[in-house]
Design a protein around this ligand. Structure first.
Ligand code: CDP
Length: 215
């Protein structure tokens, strides 16, 4: 058993938890795992086989046949893949299959100093004993605006209205599912980034994390 510090970051789509996770890991010299990429890779594999990510049998086949090279696929970050990810993520067997990998990363992070994991159920299911838990959120409108600008920079033709609908649909699915629904853990610190730019959000998150890591 190792007892290295673990930082758990959860929150809804486009809340900024990925960027925060990366920046916190950099600042502390910890390893970072964006767990959403695992669910996205499963969803993308199902789409590439022409199957329906909402079909439990197809989702289970997808996680059993998970091709890790999909983690580098340019389509991984698309909204279509995000939608497929949130469908396969509602299936218990898919979550069970990804559990050991995530817990193992937290217990034995590359670099051996500590781990930052971000996702939807890190503080509630994957690492309930994490050293510090953050729940990062912002209004759906602000999150849609940020995601829209990101997609636009990548050449996507999706409108801001469409992105807002995608985000609300995914939030409802992630919060409403029976298996590991997205929710704030009782001992998580709430970080609302609605009125914070990324630098201000990183500074606030680091304050919370450093205070939480004090013996
Ligand atoms: O970056 P964004 O917030 O848009 O999404 P993501 O973190 O890449 O996650 C994509 C989808 O995977 C989410 O909508 C969740 O349904 C699912 N997911 C999950 O269920 N549990 C996690 N720990 C991480 C992601």
């Amino acid at each position: 058993m190792t007892n290295l510090p673990v930082i758990a970051i959860d929150g809804p789509a486009a809340s900024g938890k990925g960027t925060l996770g990366r920046r916190i890991a950099q600042a502390l010299g910890f390893a970072h795992l964006d767990t959403g990429r695992l669910y996205r890779a499963v969803g993308l594999g199902v789409l590439k086989r022409g199957e329906d990510p909402a079909d439990p049998a197809a989702a289970i086949r997808g996680v059993q046949a998970l091709d890790l090279s999909l983690l580098e696929d340019p389509a991984l970050k698309s909204d279509k893949t995000g939608g497929a990810a949130s469908k396969v993520a509602a299936i218990q067997e898919v979550r069970d299959a990804l559990l050991d990998f995530q817990r193992n990363f937290a217990a034995h992070p590359p670099g051996g100093k500590g781990a930052v994991l971000d996702g939807r159920d890190i503080g509630t299911v994957i690492c309930p004993d994490a050293s510090v838990k953050l729940y990062v959120t912002a209004t759906a409108e602000i999150r849609a605006r940020r995601r829209f600008l990101e997609l636009q920079a990548q050449g996507s033709a999706r409108t801001e209205e469409q992105v807002l609908i995608d985000i609300k649909t995914r939030d409802a699915r992630d919060m409403g599912r029976t298996v590991a629904p997205l929710r704030q853990a009782a001992d998580a610190h709430l970080l609302d980034t609605t009125h914070l730019d990324i630098e201000a959000a990183v500074a606030r998150a680091l304050e919370i994390v450093r205070a939480g890591l004090q013996p």
